[in-house]
Design a protein around this ligand. Structure first.
Ligand code: Z5A
Ligand code: MG
Length: 217
């Protein structure tokens, strides 16, 4: 009987317009086309699900009043809705490339003033990513990118606070092989892609033995 090696769970994190979707797509396409790795791309919030429709409304309508704690729980529920699918994909050998995950949940809610540790709780028990690429972009630099400012959180002052929250994860994860910070400022899309690919390949080689267990957040 052939044993299926599980897929890797790769997450992209960072500020709005920092380049997460661009880099997720480029990595997914490289893995699929050049390395023949079975890949699926997912993103959070998943705006199509039950909770996702509420989140979409909330993000697009700055005037919609809703308690910060409650919206935080809905963002987490949005991930819980996908938990079983994520587990089943990984176990069947599919590598998942995920655009935002639980770190976004904490970073954005903590930036509004909610307690950082409290914010982590609703995501505890979800699948832990094997590798998180944090795209470290300057809030001032990215405001000139196309479409910036169309949704609720896209204001430079708020993005600076989000950047501080991400900074805490960065510190916590300093010596953690599962977290990679990619400096974005001054780098082209291609330069970032080759840095990310390089880090991904090194990680994959280092995990070639015994990465079958899935950890939890
Ligand atoms: N949120 C939350 O509060 N809690 C949660 O739990 C979760 C999310 C999961 C929607 O997220 C919001 O939900 C988000 C956080 C909150 N805040 N807001 N608003 P989203 O992921 O749907 O959307 P986003 O992250 O805000 O924006 P985005 O448009 O998806 O950004 P991106 O994916 O990082 O960027 P991109 O589309 O790859 O690139 C943006 C542009 O920059 C594009 O024109 C690129 O060609 C260009 N670009 C990319 N890289 C470069 C470089 N290196 N140089 C120059 N130009 C570049
Ligand atoms: Mg995006």
């Amino acid at each position: 009987m052939q044993v299926v090696k599980r897929g890797l769970f790769i997450v992209f994190e960072g500020l709005d317009r920092s380049g997460k979707s661009t880099q997720s797509k480029m990595l997914a396409s490289y893995l699929e086309n050049e390395l023949q790795v079975p890949v699926k791309s997912i993103c959070f919030p998943n705006r199509e699900s039950v909770s996702g429709k509420t989140l979409n409304q909330y993000l697009q309508n700055r005037d919609m009043k809703y308690p910060d704690e409650a919206i935080h729980l809905i963002f987490a529920a949005n991930r819980w809705e996908m938990r079983d699918q994520i587990l089943s994909d990984l176990k069947s050998g599919i590598t998942l490339i995920c655009d935002r995950y639980a770190f976004s949940g904490v970073a954005y809610s903590a930036a509004k003033g909610l307690d950082f540790e409290w914010c982590k709780n609703p995501d505890r028990g979800l699948v832990k990513p094997d590798l998180t690429f944090f795209i470290d972009a300057n809030a001032e630099t990215i405001k000139s990118r196309s479409d910036y400012g169309s949704e609720r959180y896209e204001r430079v002052e708020f993005q600076k606070k989000v950047s501080e929250s991400y900074g805490k994860f960065k510190q916590e994860a300093e010596a953690d092989e599962h977290w990679v910070t990619v400096q974005a400022d001054g780098k082209s899309i291609e330069e970032m892609h080759s840095e990310i690919l390089d880090k991904f390949i090194k990680y994959r080689e280092s995990q070639s033995e015994g990465c079958d267990d899935l950890d939890k957040l």
